[in-house]
Design a binder for this molecule. Structure first.
Ligand code: ATP
Ligand code: MG
Length: 326
């Protein structure tokens, strides 16, 4: 049930059985989201999973075939204006007027929202674009364009910020800056942040809560720590005489397998991974082995999905997703 206003703790976004069908294909297929106020809520899924479609539904840009949406308790269908009043949004490819300056671009939205002029300086400062505010957008770097998109989303101090793949196309430095920026937003602005991505590592580093979507369906929703708990990390080892290393490790109740010229060991839990790796390292060095590579392998989205959805394909062909004709 969608929560009514004033009953219990407020959820920023709540959806119930949300569905959107495109030409017989369920792009969003019975999605129940519950985004707690104050969270950084990661919306994680591979290409074509239904992230942007869900976001467009949340913003009233698409009409669902069924289901309900409430934003801070306001039903999007019946109280559209009130529901969307407190929402700021940035899409993955921010559209700006190239022949205008950053400041002039923001001024257009400021006027539409009937906000004070000082609001522009505030958001420029927040995204650290003050020094290029009077430069034409056509001379902006991609990172600056993204930040200008965020600045626009921040106008009017919305209580909910929705970002669709905000790091797409950025270089590693730009990605890190964006990540750090998003991470500090709830503390700095009091806003709840809903951010989509297909990068597990990115979401893992910023989100307090996460929903994983595949083929239009939510396959996990909960706290980030709970998702992390599902994953048994692995240690990769390379060095001289790996067969002897493997034999040695087998005797200490570890079960190494060989892959791409390295030994791979499944560790017991994410929380203790570093401690376990250090102990194994110590044991190998004490035993006189010559090790030149010992790394906790990054957790990959594909593996997480295998754990969550088993053998289901990661990407749907349209035929797989078509509803049975009846
Ligand atoms: N306007 C549309 N008309 C028809 N099909 C659409 C439309 N928009 C999206 N789809 C289909 O809906 C499915 C979900 O698309 P969506 O854009 O929501 O995925 P996504 O998770 O945002 O993917 P990406 O990571 O590539 O951005 C895809 O199969 C897509 O082809
Ligand atoms: Mg998308």
């Amino acid at each position: 049930m969608l929560k009514a206003r004033g009953t219990g703790p407020m959820t920023a976004i709540e959806t119930e059985e949300l569905r959107k069908r495109f030409r017989g294909v369920n792009a969003v297929d019975g999605v129940d989201l519950s985004v707690p106020e104050g969270a950084i809520y990661g919306f994680l899924g591979p290409n074509g999973a239904g992230k942007t479609t869900t976001i467009r539904l949340l913003l009233g840009l698409l009409r669902p075939n069924r289901g309900r949406i409430a934003i801070f308790g306001e039903n999007l269908k019946t109280k559209r204006r009130r529901a969307l009043k407190s929402v700021g949004v940035a899409f993955e490819t921010p559209a700006h007027y190239e022949h205008l300056t950053g400041r002039e671009n923001l001024d257009i939205t400021r006027r539409l929202l009937k906000l004070e002029k000082t609001e522009i300086d505030r958001v420029l400062d927040t995204v650290e674009l003050t020094h290029v505010a009077n430069r034409l957008v056509r001379k902006y770097s991609l990172g600056m364009r993204h930040r200008l998109g965020l600045a626009r989303a921040l106008l009017g101090q919305p209580k909910l910020l929705i970002f669709d793949e905000p790091t797409n196309g950025l270089d590693p430095v730009g990605i890190r800056e964006m990540r750090e920026f998003i991470k500090t937003l709830p503390a700095r602005t009091g806003a709840t942040v809903f951010v989509s991505s297909h990068h597990l590592a990115e979401i893992e580093q910023i989100a307090s809560h996460v929903a994983v979507i595949n083929l239009g369906q939510i396959v996990f929703q909960g706290e980030m720590t709970a998702l992390r708990g599902l994953h048994a990390p692995r240690l990769e080892i390379a060095g001289n005489d790996l067969d002897a290393v493997s034999l040695f490790l087998s005797q200490t109740e570890l079960a190494p397998t060989k892959k791409d010229g390295k030994l791979v060991i499944t560790l017991s839990a994410a929380e203790s991974a570093e401690r376990e790796a250090a102990q194994i390292n110590r044991n190998l060095v004490d035993a006189g082995f010559d090790i030149h590579h010992l790394v906790i392998a990054p957790w990959r989205l594909e593996e997480l999905f295998l754990q969550l959805v088993g053998a289901k394909p990661l990407l749907a062909s349209n035929a797989d997703r078509r509803e049975p004709e009846c």
